[in-house]
Design a protein around this ligand. Structure first.
Ligand code: ATP
Length: 247
């Protein structure tokens, strides 16, 4: 059976600072329980697409001027970021964004800001430690003194504390050694399979992303120029020539 669509981005245009047209009619669908990859080089518009879904554009003086974003058939583009978090749509921003002066555990707990119920939050924390054993060993360390990989794990763990159904990851591989990237993607796959978290992952590391994704979209200059099943994209001659060397 075909999985249902959770996130439907429908022909969006995005303008920054009232003048700079960055997304020129982007449409994509993320199917329930899948891992979708959003690929393309620097400045292609991946981050902007994620921000349009999680409503983080305003802080960057950006706005959606055309099109719509739907979750399970319902428009969500008017919702605030925290309302989206409550509905289960959570973005992990590029560059990790842990609070440097807080411990790993304090950072994780900040991710539960939309939730109440101490026992449930404690259970989520245990679950995060279960998926990220490295974070458990580093729980009392200040984030500033942990490695890049641990900070990326902390950022994902923090998002998990909101109990998301859809996680938007912005370049999780950025600045990490290949072995650590692999470790992070393995955990993503685990979360996808065991917790049924749906992922949309923006990545310049095409090769790694397509190894783990079910479906891929390739962006260039604010447009989707190609899409397909991850395995088909991996074997596509144009993709091999233009994108698989990247990242
Ligand atoms: P990267 O990997 O560098 O993050 P990306 O594919 O995620 O690339 P975006 O960050 O979405 O691309 O940027 C798309 C375009 O929008 C780029 O040309 C960028 O310069 C421009 N842009 C991004 N943020 C802003 C902003 N706040 N104001 C003006 N222009 C912006």
């Amino acid at each position: 059976s075909t999985p249902s669509i959770v996130i439907n981005v429908n022909g969006i245009e995005v303008i920054y600072n009232h003048v700079i047209l960055v997304l020129k009619g982007v449409s994509l669908q993320v199917a329930d329980g899948q891992i979708a990859a959003l690929l393309g080089g620097n400045g292609a518009g991946k981050t902007t697409t994620l921000r349009s879904i999680s409503n983080l554009l305003k802080a960057e003086r950006g706005e959606v001027t055309k099109g719509s974003v739907e979750m399970r058939g319902e428009r969500i583009d008017h919702l605030s970021t925290s309302d989206l978090v409550k509905r289960g749509v959570v973005q992990v921003m590029e560059g990790r964004h842990c609070f440097a002066h807080l411990t790993i555990e304090e950072n994780l707990l900040t991710g539960a800001y939309t939730r109440s119920g101490k026992a449930e939050i404690a259970a989520s924390l245990e679950k995060v430690y279960n998926y990220f054993p490295r974070l458990k060993t580093r729980r009392t360390s200040q984030a500033a003194y942990t490695s890049g990989g641990e900070q990326q794990m902390c950022a994902i763990g923090r998002a998990l504390m909101a109990n998301p159904s859809v996680l938007l990851l912005d370049e999780p591989s950025m600045g990490l050694a290949p072995q650590i990237v692999e470790e992070v993607f393995e955990i993503v796959k685990d979360l996808n399979q065991k917790e049924r978290v749906t992922f949309l992952i923006a990545e310049q590391n095409t090769n790694m992303a397509l190894r783990y994704a079910d479906y891929g979209y390739i962006m260039e200059s604010g447009r989707i120029v190609m899409d397909g099943k991850a395995d088909d994209l991996r074997n596509n001659e144009d993709v091999k020539e233009f994108y698989l060397g990247m990242g």
